[in-house]
Design a protein around this ligand. Structure first.
Ligand SMILES: [Zn+2]
Length: 463
């Protein structure tokens, strides 16, 4: 079977891969601060004979490992960052390792290593079979703030790829076909004039008033946008005490939508709302554009190949202890009753099969910066079960499973599936030409335009 040499290599060296995933779990680092994850990933890539560059694409914590020469060029998209506040022990109770600290609540320790193990497996099989082509592993920072790969794209990191393979841990095994939104993210800072709120409020110009009026305007805007648009916001700064007219207020907005055009149209109107609010309150407005990303674009040619590979390899089985661990976690999940009623827990607490391929038509509502790569070259995202079926997204349950055997089994299965998929593509040029034709058709002659303008600086580590 194509990929069998790669799969053997991943299984043979599994302790090394689990070792790196464990280290990243024990030392979670948030977006753009992935200094250790970047360093450790570079070390392991070098050990396997990859040509390695850190600080790749001008992002200080980005790492790239390349092996081989010529085409096709296949990229694997690892991710390095953890989530703030999701520190959690491996266990059945919600209990932080360190209260308020970051944690692997999205399993990116597994994500990074699954793709790295795939790159190692691919290299081993290509060497043995003397296959032409290049495999590139990308350790991408800052997925959780949805801009890491977008900055990388802006800097040309993915130019020249024939296709890209991504992987993410999940509740079950499959290949992504569901839609996700693109987004723009910006903080609106208002600056006013402070005064004694009781003594001389007439001398004050409240920045908080501006932020609130902006929110009123934004909420009226909702009625007059296309139905795919979602607008959400939080206040970052809203004054200090009621008796002080706030001279500073900030509100952070996301505008999400099903395509870049709808997002940009709405975002432009949101700016007008903010300007109007500033005008009404005689305050000053400064817009801090944090970034944006594309909506999803799944390459169905690659989806089918990946699903075939996953089915052929077969899902890992779990021990009684692992099943019991997942069963208890499920019962503690806020999603438990709903999933149980829907019969989704009838086959056990963990997904241990590869269900038939389902083409999803709905939109999950979220966003991922993998979508930017998907608009640069044909891209597929594989998912394997790494946590209990009822684990909510970005939760302590995911941190718990990502530091133990349930997560590691899913990670290795993910790595094997990514490797087998890539090797099929290397061996059968027909797949890439079909994938490329599908991609060109979907892009309709409109090339990728990075949502982050050139003048926005790349965030630097704060550690
Ligand atoms: Zn994630």
């Amino acid at each position: 079977m194509t990929g069998s040499i790669a799969i053997s290599k991943i299984r043979e060296d599994k302790d090394k891969f689990i070792g790196l995933a464990s280290k990243m779990w024990e030392h979670p680092e948030t977006a753009y601060n992935e200094v250790n994850a970047c360093k450790w990933t570079a070390e392991l890539l070098k050990e396997y004979g990859f040509e390695v560059e850190t600080g790749y694409a001008n992002l200080p914590t980005c790492v790239m490992g390349r092996w081989g020469s010529g085409r096709p060029v296949i990229g694997l998209l690892g991710e390095l960052d953890a989530l703030p506040g999701l520190s959690q022990k491996v266990g059945l109770e919600k209990e932080a390792v360190c209260e308020g600290a970051p944690g692997q609540g999205c399993g990116h320790n597994l994500l990074n290593v699954a793709c790295l193990s795939a790159a190692v497996g691919i290299k081993t099989e290509m060497e043995e079979k003397k296959l032409p082509g290049t495999v590139i592993f990308f350790g991408c920072p800052a997925e959780e703030v949805l801009t890491g790969k977008v900055f990388m794209a802006r800097e040309g990191a993915f130019d020249g790829l024939d296709c890209a393979i991504a992987w993410h841990g999940g509740n079950s095994n499959g290949v992504s076909t569901g839609n996700s939104n693109g987004l723009n993210s910006a903080i609106f800072h208002f600056k006013g004039v402070t005064a004694h709120a009781g003594g001389d409020p007439f001398n004050g110009r409240s920045a908080l008033d501006a932020a609130e009026i902006m929110s009123v305007g934004a909420n009226y805007l909702r009625e007059h946008v296309t139905s795919d648009i979602r607008i959400h916001y939080v206040y970052k700064e809203a004054g200090t005490a009621p008796n002080i007219v706030p001279d500073k207020a900030s509100v952070w907005y996301y505008v999400r939508g099903a395509n870049r055009k709808n997002i940009e149209d709405t975002y432009a109107r949101l700016i007008k709302v903010a300007e109007g609010a500033a005008h009404m309150t005689e305050t000053e407005l400064e817009i801090e554009f944090l970034g944006g990303c594309y909506n999803s674009l799944h390459n169905m040619t690659l989806v089918k190949v990946a699903h075939e590979c996953m089915t052929e390899i077969g899902a890992p089985k779990y021990t009684e202890e692992e099943l019991e661990f997942a069963r208890v976690l499920n019962e503690k999940s806020p999603r438990y009753e709903k999933l149980k009623a829907a019969g989704e827990l009838d086959n056990g607490p963990l997904c241990d099969t590869v269900p038939p391929l389902v083409i999803e038509t709905g939109n999950g509502g979220g966003s991922t910066d993998v979508s930017d790569v998907a608009h640069i070259c044909p891209t597929v995202e594989i998912n394997t079960a790494c946590w209990n079926l009822a684990a909510p997204g970005h939760s302590w349950q995911i941190t718990s499973c990502s530091g133990m055997s349930i997560g590691f089994k899913g990670m290795l299965f993910g790595g094997e599936t990514c490797a087998a998929t890539a090797l099929r593509i290397f061996e059968d040029p027909e797949i890439l030409s079909k994938a490329r034709a599908e991609f060109d058709e979907a892009m309709k002659g409109q090339p990728y335009k990075c949502p982050i303008p050139k003048d926005i600086p790349i965030p630097q580590p704060k550690v």
